[in-house]
Ligand binder design. Structure first.
Ligand SMILES: [Zn+2]
Length: 58
C-alpha cells in the first residue's frame, strides 16, 4: 500500500510559538516524538508545566 503522506512517522511538533493572533505566531514544526504531539524539547517543557501547576495548586 502506498502512503503519499506518512503522517504517523513524520508528524511535526504543534507547540505554539509566539502569541496567537500575531504575525509572529507559528508552530514549532520540529519532528514530533512518537505518540506525542510535540518534539522532545517541547514535550519536556510541557511536562514541567504540568508539574509546576500541581505544585501551585497544592
Ligand atoms: Zn517543538
Amino acid at each position: 500500500m502506498v502512503r503519499p503522506f506518512p503522517r504517523v512517522s513524520t508528524r511535526s511538533c504543534c507547540w505554539p510559538i509566539g502569541e496567537p493572533g500575531t504575525p509572529e505566531f507559528r508552530f514549532c514544526s520540529a519532528e514530533a516524538m512518537p505518540a506525542k504531539p510535540y518534539c522532545t524539547e517541547h514535550a519536556a517543557v510541557a511536562y514541567v508545566r504540568v508539574r509546576d501547576r500541581r505544585e501551585d495548586a497544592a
